[in-house]
Design a protein around this ligand. Structure first.
Ligand code: G6P
Length: 474
């Protein structure tokens, strides 16, 4: 079972979306950072393939080339979508890995669906990869793929990158299938995490499970039992653990921010808002990990106490629809929308709401105009793997204006110490940080933004992908 691709990317989603509008049915590239990061690696190499789910249901799509990438759809049936995607991925792993800010559910039928879909991805990757190829598996939806793939193809170099946090072993231990999951990940040669903390949590877990011994400060030795030619169980294989904080396509955001169209759109936006003194902005998927509700509560209390005045400030909250078949997302939406209604009822005036709430996904141009039009960016997740919105906002502030309020529990905080760092569980501290951001003088804002911009530029998506692939090839 071998194919022809020298580099195979395996991710839950393909980097394209199917659209059917007045211009006809076609695939368009999704705006995600992962494609931007991997594009340079793909440009030099014709033998690159990307395996993933189209987001559609059970449609047998043939492989196709799009925008210079060979795409191989991996279909999911409606039941598999329910068990693998909505169930195990987003009802078990997502909350468990985000500090259980919502309860994680453990269901055996979800796990069976998860395993089955992971096996399908592993087989598809095995069929696609050339002898000795590099396979790079992504994220929590596919954690068993490395182990399954190694069974099928011991000749491959297998890398895994987790885009979300990896929890402390004390939490992970609740998972009934903890050993199988960890063994799945240990099929990799290199496992990448967003932060050193994630890598360390995983290392402690493997030792606690007795699955690996330490090889160096960060690396592990695992028993080498997948190659039939090796009968001695004392043989071991090294697995490297590293943190690779993911970045954005800095150039794209910086350039778009300076575009005259963006500048005009931002001015129009502020005019439509009634030229407020300060605009506060939140941009998130509507997800309970993002702390949208705590941010709104803080804003509401500041208005009630008169520390912010609705005649001078306004807030825009973009909450992109997400996973709306999962119960916890439905109840979050109700909570957030009730708060928005209360704030506008108490503090809005006709034509001037105190919060502008948008439950729609926004185009790249619309987001750029929002980044340029706002003075304070509010990023308050209870836990977040990285949070790329923080980096996008900074990349858009080419004139070194604007203030960033950033949760300590976002991976981004590790390298963005010059933001106003907050603990989102401490609402009084959050309120103080919001007031400080609104009142920050221009020199202080410039000093902070300069340092933030330097770090975002230096650690961009392209260097992230290159660092990971170089480490894997070593
Ligand atoms: C996070 C995850 C990704 C996921 C994305 C959107 O960023 O790390 O793996 O694709 O959210 O979520 P969705 O469920 O729509 O794929």
């Amino acid at each position: 079972m071998t194919g022809t691709s020298k580099l195979v990317i395996v991710a839950n989603r393909l980097p394209v979306k199917h659209v059917n509008d007045e211009n006809g049915a076609r695939w368009v590239t999704s705006p995600g950072g992962l494609v931007a990061a991997l594009k340079p690696a793909m440009a030099d190499d014709v033998g690159v393939a990307w395996l993933g789910w189209t987001g559609g249901l059970d449609k047998e799509e043939r492989p196709f080339d799009h925008d210079g990438i060979h795409l191989v759809p991996v279909p999911l049936s409606p039941l598999e979508r329910e068990l693998h995607y909505e169930g195990m991925s987003n009802g078990t792993f997502w909350p468990l890995y985000h500090d259980k800010v919502e309860p994680a559910e453990f269901h055996r039928h979800w796990y069976d669906g998860y395993r089955k879909v992971n096996q399908r991805f592993a087989v598809a990757a095995a069929e696609q990869a050339a002898k000795g190829a590099v396979v790079w598996v992504h994220d929590y939806q596919l954690q068993m793929v490395p182990g399954m793939l190694r069974q099928l193809r011991p000749d491959l170099k297998i890398g895994f990158f987790l885009h979300i946090p990896f929890p402390p072993p004390e939490l992970f231990y609740q998972l009934p299938w903890r050993r199988a999951l960890t063994e799945g990940l240990l099929g990799s040669d290199l496992i990448g995490f967003q932060t050193p903390e994630g890598a360390d949590n995983f290392r402690r877990l493997t030792v606690r499970l007795g699955l690996a011994s330490r090889q160096g400060r960060h690396d592990l030795n695992v028993p080498c039992d997948v190659d039939d030619s090796i009968k001695e169980t004392t043989d071991t294989r090294p697995v490297k653990l590293r943190s690779f904080p993911i970045g954005i396509d800095n150039e794209r955001y910086d350039t778009a921010a300076r575009d005259t169209g963006t500048i005009q759109a931002a001015q129009d936006l502020r005019a439509r808002l009634g030229q407020p003194h300060k605009v506060l902005l939140g941009v998130d998927r509507l997800d309970y990990t993002k702390g949208i509700d705590v941010r709104l509560r803080a804003y509401k209390e500041l208005l009630a106490e008169g520390r912010l005045n609705a005649a001078e400030v306004t807030m825009i909250q973009v909450a992109e629809p997400s996973r709306d078949k999962v119960e916890a997302y439905v109840s979050l939406r109700e909570r957030v929308e009730r708060l928005v209604g209360e704030i506008n009822g108490d503090y809005g005036r006709v034509g001037f709401p105190a919060v502008h709430y948008i439950h729609q996904s926004q185009s790249f141009d619309e987001i750029m105009a929002l980044y340029r039009a706002s003075d304070v960016m509010l990023i308050t997740p209870f836990r977040d793997g990285m949070n790329l919105v923080a980096k996008e906002y900074v990349a858009a502030r080419y004139d070194e204006t604007g203030a960033l309020v950033l949760s300590e529990f976002a991976g981004a905080a590790v390298m963005m110490k010059d933001a106003l760092l907050v603990n989102p569980f401490d609402i009084d501290g959050l309120k103080t940080a919001i007031v400080n951001a609104v009142e920050m003088d221009a020199d202080e804002a410039r000093r902070r933004m300069k340092i933030l911009r330097r770090s975002v530029k230096r650690n961009d998506a392209i260097s992230w992908a290159r660092d990971f692939l170089d480490e894997l090839e070593k």
